[in-house]
Design a protein around this ligand. Structure first.
Ligand code: MCA
Ligand code: AMP
Length: 504
């Protein structure tokens, strides 16, 4: 037996004194330093009493230790459950309860809020702060620097990533070792990653993009990362000359382009820029090429599937498309009503199948059955077409979703909160164009007869319930919502009416 994900991503670097993480303060951690930390954390988790298959919920700031916590979970056969640092206590208590997490790891600043929740739900609580301090590392410091890797099968679960739904509560996408490993193997090949690469990593590590795409690909290739806590334009510009590759959401690229210091010279030595998580405007692609000579490589993925398509490394990277299905990924365009495959060129829903596709939603068999067909095809909820040259175009969404700065926001979740506010009869939440975030959230409220809802008070109330990035940038009062003859709210009319609200 073995532990394929651990062996390939981490174990393969045992004893290597080569640089793995370059930090903004000049610290360099080698692969072996990192593995030692991971082993120490694995000992702590085992001593707490965690057994293979148990869940570890982590809401922690990005740090080498936070990444080592992921490695430790893989090594000890635990299921890693990373959580957005913006989530409120309300949101977190759902994830902890739903996943049945045995331990919650959080920042010291969140301890007072989370301790009672963890206690009620029977989970242990450890702290891990942005600077690597906290109870987790206090205990880890006394532990051995190696750990007997727990045997796992490729079909064993490695991570849960919660993704919101159009009907309300989030669902835990169950990802196996094979899901993650097969996808990173493909991406290393497709994007030509090697041990010589230095990836500029400014993404958060609680989502697929920063964790399973950026980090796993670098780990598998044996390369290094410039590991930054967040996307800070000044720091990114300062660090870029030391990198060979960068991955980002479109906002990273529009922010770079908005700065005169980002010149062709600064990007000259780079091997590859990759974009994903949200549509990259063709205009950004063109501007980027004329400034730097580089064509950004755009790819398309989902939490449930990892990466599905990519523009080619060699060959034409076509603006406004997400390239070709990756090797091992089958992609078809189907009629949303019948599920029948449509002829090439026609627009329909995108379905994918392959070893990248998840195992289903944790303890939600009906939701799994609604999206994952018995034959293994996953219904992405994205609308697209395949052109005559085989390039996949995403033309829209068959799901009510807003993507703001790469974060997914499901309007239903916000509408449920808004509908409960005093004086509100009903609400509609829409995404409208935003120069920095691509899209941003707008809330439309219909007052109860004779009432005028207090929008400021409403904004203050939702602070406790919803993460900051989900908050409407503005609330608008409207006498009634546009509806079709079936009574369905016509959000397209609202989107059209307010499309210039935040235009630059
Ligand atoms: C921060 N804020 C946001 C966002 N980020 N609001 C809406 N959308 C956001 N994405 C809030 C802040 O809390 C702050 O609130 C205010 O907006 C302005 O913050 P700012 O300093 O401008 O933001 P930032 O800290 O610079 O962050 C923007 C960012 C960041 C760099 C674009 O959001 C980011 O790193 N996004 C990447 C997300 C990502 O990794 N997505 C991948 C998901 P206040 O008003 O209180 O100051 S994985 C995925 O989608 C699939 C699988 C895929 O294909 O990859
Ligand atoms: P998530 O649920 O966070 O995994 O986000 C997945 C969704 O992000 C997909 O279903 C798409 O709607 C969107 N997405 C990811 N990459 C791209 C891209 N390159 N272009 C357009 N949309 C994308």
């Amino acid at each position: 037996m073995a532990n394929p994900l651990f062996d390939r991503l981490f174990g393969a670097h045992t004893g290597k004194a080569t640089p793995f993480l370059y930090l903004a303060d000049g610290t360099v951690l080698t692969h072996q330093d990192f593995l030692g930390t991971a082993a120490q954390i694995a000992h702590v988790l085992t001593q707490i009493g965690l057994k293979p298959g148990d869940r570890v919920a982590a809401q922690v700031e990005k740090s080498p230790e936070a990444l080592a916590l992921y490695a430790a979970c893989v090594q000890a056969g635990l299921i890693f459950l990373p959580l957005n640092t913006a989530y409120t206590a309300d949101e977190l208590s759902y994830f902890i309860e739903n996943s049945g997490a045995s331990v919650v790891v959080c920042d010291k600043g969140k301890e007072a809020t989370l301790a009672p929740i963890a206690q009620t739900l029977g989970a242990a609580l450890e702290t891990l702060n942005a600077d690597g301090s906290g109870t987790l590392m206090d205990q880890a410091a006394a532990m051995p620097l190696s750990y007997a890797t727990v045997d796992r099968d490729g079909e064993d679960l490695a991570a849960f990533l919660y993704t919101s739904g159009t009907t309300g509560r989030s669902k835990g996408a169950m990802l196996t070792q094979n899901n993650l490993l097969s996808n990173s193997e493909t991406l290393v090949q497709e994007w030509r990653f090697t041990a010589d690469d230095v990836l500029l990593h400014a993404l958060p590590i609680f989502h697929t993009h920063g964790l399973f795409v950026a980090s796993n690909v670098s780990l598998l290739a044996g390369g290094a990362m410039i590991f930054l806590p967040k996307f800070d334009l000044d720091v990114v510009i300062e660090m870029l000359p030391r990198a060979t590759t960068m991955m980002g959401v479109p906002t990273f690229y529009t922010r770079l382009l908005s700065d005169d210091r980002f010149t062709g010279d600064l990007a000259q030595h780079m091997r590859l820029f990759i974009s994903g998580s949200a549509p990259l405007l063709a205009e950004t692609h063109v501007q980027f090429e004329s400034r730097t000579g580089h064509r950004i490589l755009e790819r398309y993925g989902m939490t449930e599937t990892n990466m599905n398509t990519s523009n080619p490394y060699e060959g034409e990277r076509r603006a406004g498309t997400v390239g070709f299905p990756l090797p091992g990924v089958e992609l078809k365009i189907t009629d949303p009503a019948s599920g029948e495959t449509l002829p090439q060129g026609e627009v329909g829903q995108i379905e994918v199948r392959g070893s990248n596709v998840f195992k289903g939603y944790w303890q939600m068999p009906e939701k799994t059955a609604a999206e994952l067909r018995a034959d293994g095809f996953f219904i992405t909820g994205d609308l697209g077409r395949v052109d005559e040259d085989g390039y996949v175009h995403i033309v829209g969404r068959n799901k009510d979703l807003i993507i703001s700065g790469g974060y997914n926001i499901y309007p239903k979740e916000i509408e449920l909160v808004l509908d409960e506010q005093p004086g509100v009869l009903e609400s509609a939440v829409i995404g409208v164009p935003h120069p920095d975030f691509g899209e941003t959230v707008l809330g439309v409220l219909v007052p109860m007869k004779g009432e005028t809802p207090d929008t400021e008070a409403i904004m203050a109330t939702i602070k406790d319930q919803l993460a900051r990035f989900k908050h409407p940038r503005q609330l608008i009062l409207l006498d009634e919502l546009p509806r079709n003859t079936m009574g369905k709210v016509q959000k397209n009319i609202l989107r059209e009416a307010y499309k210039d609200m935040f235009a630059s």
